[in-house]
Each structure stands twice: as structure tokens, then as C-alpha cells.
Design a protein around this ligand. Structure first.
Ligand code: GDP
Length: 479
């Protein structure tokens, strides 16, 4: 239990509390002391192992080199706020993605594909629809990389700004080549050459200055230079990346966006990264699974199959995956369900570990030491109103000095309800005192899962004693 682990740590010369996060090295030390072998596994490794137990390899194209076929680049637009990222995405979408039917409505599904002609050949490009580096880094934090090329938007009248350089750092960290879109050239005071000069300081040297980065002057507002920008993206992909994938295998990729739709149920946009996704296939996506009931593209049109780099909206999943979750086709529904359930169980376990240290009476002492709290919040539930009042009176009378105090944020007669637990789990958290009552139904389980401490008493003085002890622990040492 945590208390004895803390003791062992003290013997090892590590002063820690039971609620503290410790480094991997300290964990290893603790393991060695207790004769346990500690294996530290990243969530991605853990997932890979899970998939391997089903004989599935995720993340690599199957087969030899000759099975690989060219795929379109996937592009994320980044840059400083107000430099025109959204405008650019909208301009490209409406100019190059001609809806097949008159009046066809384009939909925001998280990504879209356009085509452009380069050297007489039709080439496709996939754009991620959420500009900025937050979505990009959120994906990468989960070990997922969707972006091949970053389009860096810099307003010609404003030049390089903090988020411009942040975007450059993110692109470099991801190993994604940059194409610079010098925007707002229609504006008075626009100075595209100054942008080029500024960016040389960050290692982005324009081709016309002898470097290898494509700079394109554009106006997202007036839709100038967009075709040249698309061409530059294709040329950069051809020159610097070898974008190929095996289209003839079970599809794999990433969830980009998902939500619950009232009529259609779970709606998830996935980016196919390898293989070809087809209607009717069994897929698992994060902890969601199901059979692909239908696929829609960014024009809202049904598609039967999605090759590499194609984003599609998938209908038919049991629940809503998260952005950055991987998706893969598996051989049947049973396998999909098993993988999803194991992931779900794992996530629940991790969640529990994260939250179960949030609110407990023992916690107050260490939290106070961290300067976090000087007030103990309580919710009092009792069997009759008289006992609730008596208990509340007695608890509020506990006096251990001015520095800490008790505040009762909820009280009532009857069993401990889901509502009580939700209230206690809020921020700041509270401890629930149950006097001659029990939790309703499965509420104890719920409380455990949410890390809510419920204390049961049938004698008032016991309740007072324990709360007083906790409060004393909360007292700051006097100097
Ligand atoms: P974001 O924050 O980078 O997504 O920037 P927005 O796309 O929202 O654009 C910010 C503002 O700049 C909006 O008022 C746009 O209309 C304007 N804007 C974007 N592109 C251009 C352009 O090429 N020329 C001019 N004059 N204004 C633009």
C-alpha cells in the first residue's frame, strides 16, 4: 500500500508523499529494493503489444518496396494568429474542391482533399482542416503523426511573429518540410521580401536566395497565388519526401475528429495512411469499434473506398474515438470488439490511477504542504435530518486554528447519490461523510472510479476525531 511504499522510499533516502509523482529512475530504484522488475512502457508500446497479441502490426506498410504506390501529401497550415490560416484553408477548399452537383454543400469533416494540375498531371493534396499547432502537437503528443508538410502562413504586412517561430520549431521537430505562404500581399504596407529576409534567420532560405524552401506570395482574401502554392506543395513533396503506401492491405490510419450525431450516432473522420478502407469492413478505432456502415467525403457524398491519404467520415462505430487514436481494419467484429474492450479497460485503469489520488482525507496533509489547500470541503449525508444537523454542528465546531477550516458544501438526508459524488469530484474536491447511510446502487464503484473519498460513520465522535486529525495534519508548521 502507498504508506509502506513511502516508508521504503524514505529508507532509500527519497522523501516523497503517497500522492506524489516520481521519476522513472526512482521507480526503478524502488522496484530493485523490493525485488520487482519494473518495466516502463509507453502507451504506444503497450498498444503495439496488444495488437501483436492479435497478430496485427500497426504502423508499417505490409510487403516489399514494389507494393508501395505514391500517395498525396497531407498538409497542416500553421502560423501566427490572424495571419490568414483559416482564410487560406477556406479559399483553397472553395476554389479547388468543386462540388460535383450544383449547390453541393461542402462539409467540415476535419480534413479535405483537393486536386491541382502539375506538369499536366492531376495531383491530389490532403489538407488538415484545423489550422494552428495545437491540433498538430496534440496528435504528436499521442505518438501520432499525420502531417507530411507544413504550410507556414506569414502575413506580409506583419512579418515573423512569436507563433511563426513556434510553428517552425514544431515542423522541424516533426521532420516536416515547410512551404512558406506569404499572405496578404494585397494589403498596403505588405513587404514579402522582408518576410523572406526575416525567415533566413530561422534557416528557411528561399530558392531565389539560393536556398531550398519554396516561398509563395499569396492573398487568401483575393485568392491570388493559390495554384502556385498548391504546386509548390507538390514539388516540395516530390523533392524531399518519398510518400508511398501499400494500398492493397487492410487499412490503417488515424482518427482526426469525431463527435456524436443525434441522427447518425458516432461520426468519425479518419485519415487512411495505408491500405484501402471499404464499406462493410470491421474496424477498431481507439476504444470504439464497429462495421463501416457508410463513408462520406468532404462533399457529403458517399464513397465506397478510401485509399491512402484520403480523409473520410465513417459511420457505424459504437462510440466516439478521440483525435489521434489509431484505426485499423481487422478480420471480424469479434476481434474488433476484443481490442476495443481491452483498450477501454486499460484506459479506465489509467484514469483510476490518475484520479484516485485526488480527494481523500489522507490527501489533505500533503496537499497543504504543497500549498494547495487550507479548506476542507465536506458533503454530509445522514439517515435522519437530526443526525445531519448534529454532525454538521459538531464538525463546524472543530477548532484547530485560523489557518484551516471546514466548509460544508452539501448536506442531505438519504443514501449517497450520484449527484453527491459528482459534486465531490468537482474542483476543488470534497470528502463525503456518510452517517448511517450507504451509497445508492453502484455509487461506491463510481466514487472509487472518480477518486472520491467516502467516509462512513455510525458514531458522531468518531467522525469528529477523524476529521480533526485530518485538519491537524493540515496545519502549517509554525515558525
Ligand atoms: P488565422 O487566425 O490565421 O486563422 O487568420 P484568419 O484566416 O482568421 O484571418 C485573419 C484576418 O485577416 C481576417 O479578417 C481575414 O479576412 C484577414 N485576411 C486573411 N487573409 C487575407 C489576405 O490575403 N488579405 C487581406 N487583406 N486580409 C486577409
Amino acid at each position: 500500500n502507498p504508506a509502506s511504499l513511502v516508508q521504503v522510499m524514505m529508507h532509500l533516502g527519497e522523501m516523497v508523499t503517497a500522492t506524489q509523482t516520481v521519476s522513472d529512475e526512482i521507480l526503478q530504484l524502488l522496484g530493485a529494493e523490493l525485488n520487482y522488475e519494473i518495466q516502463i512502457v509507453s502507451p504506444e508500446d503497450e498498444d503495439r503489444e496488444l495488437l501483436e497479441s492479435f497478430n496485427i502490426e500497426y504502423g508499417e506498410d505490409e510487403g516489399d518496396d514494389e507494393l508501395l504506390v505514391a500517395r498525396p501529401p497531407v498538409v497542416t497550415v500553421m502560423g501566427h494568429v490572424d495571419h490568414g490560416k483559416t482564410k487560406l484553408l477556406d479559399a483553397i477548399r472553395s476554389t479547388n474542391m468543386v462540388a460535383k452537383e450544383a449547390g453541393g454543400i461542402t462539409q467540415h469533416i476535419g480534413a479535405y482533399q483537393v486536386s491541382t494540375e502539375v506538369d499536366g498531371v492531376e495531383r491530389k493534396i490532403t489538407f488538415m482542416d484545423t489550422p494552428g499547432h495545437e491540433a498538430f502537437t496534440a496528435m504528436r503528443a499521442r505518438g501520432a503523426q499525420a502531417t507530411d508538410i507544413v504550410v507556414l502562413v506569414v502575413a506580409a504586412d506583419d512579418g515573423v511573429k512569436p507563433q511563426t517561430t513556434e510553428a517552425i520549431d514544431h515542423a522541424k521537430a516533426a521532420g516536416a518540410p515547410i512551404v512558406v505562404a506569404v499572405n496578404k500581399i494585397d494589403k498596403e504596407g505588405a513587404d514579402p521580401q522582408r518576410v523572406r529576409a526575416q525567415l533566413t534567420e530561422y534557416g528557411l532560405v528561399a530558392e531565389e536566395y539560393g536556398g531550398d524552401v519554396q516561398f509563395v506570395d499569396i492573398s487568401a482574401l483575393q485568392r491570388l497565388g493559390l495554384d502556385r502554392l498548391l504546386e509548390s506543395i507538390v514539388l516540395t513533396a516530390d523533392a524531399e519526401l518519398d510518400l508511398r503506401a501499400n494500398p492493397d492491405q487492410d487499412a490503417q490510419g488515424l482518427a482526426i475528429e469525431a463527435h456524436l450525431d443525434r441522427g447518425r450516432g458516432s461520426v468519425a473522420t479518419v485519415l487512411v495512411q495505408r491500405g484501402t478502407l471499404r464499406v462493410g469492413e470491421s474496424i477498431v478505432c481507439g476504444d470504439a469499434y464497429g462495421r463501416v456502415r457508410a463513408m462520406l467525403d468532404e462533399k457529403g457524398e458517399q464513397v465506397d473506398e478510401a485509399p491512402p491519404s484520403r480523409p473520410v467520415l465513417v459511420l457505424g462505430l459504437t462510440n466516439v474515438p478521440s483525435a489521434g487514436d489509431n484505426f485499423l481494419v481487422v478480420k471480424d467484429d469479434r476481434v474488433a470488439r476484443q481490442i476495443a474492450q481491452q483498450r477501454e479497460a486499460r484506459e479506465r485503469f489509467a484514469q483510476q490511477a490518475r484520479t484516485s489520488r485526488r480527494v481523500s482525507l489522507e490527501d489533505w496533509e500533503s496537499r497543504l504542504k504543497e500549498g494547495e489547500r487550507e479548506e476542507l470541503l465536506l458533503i454530509i449525508k445522514g439517515d435522519v435530518s437530526g443526525s445531519v444537523e448534529a454532525l454538521e454542528d459538531a464538525l463546524l465546531k472543530i477548532d484547530v486554528g485560523d489557518e484551516v477550516n471546514i466548509r460544508v458544501i452539501g448536506r442531505g438526508v438519504g443514501a449517497i447519490t450520484q449527484n453527491d459524488i459528482n459534486l465531490a469530484a468537482g474542483d476543488p474536491g470534497a470528502v463525503i461523510i456518510g452517517f448511517n447511510v450507504r451509497p445508492e446502487g453502484k455509487n461506491q464503484e463510481l466514487a472509487d472510479r472518480m477518486g472520491v473519498d467516502i467516509r462512513y460513520y455510525s458514531v458522531i465522535y468518531q467522525a469528529i476525531e477523524e476529521v480533526e486529525a485530518a485538519l491537524k495534519g493540515m496545519l502549517k508548521p509554525e515558525y
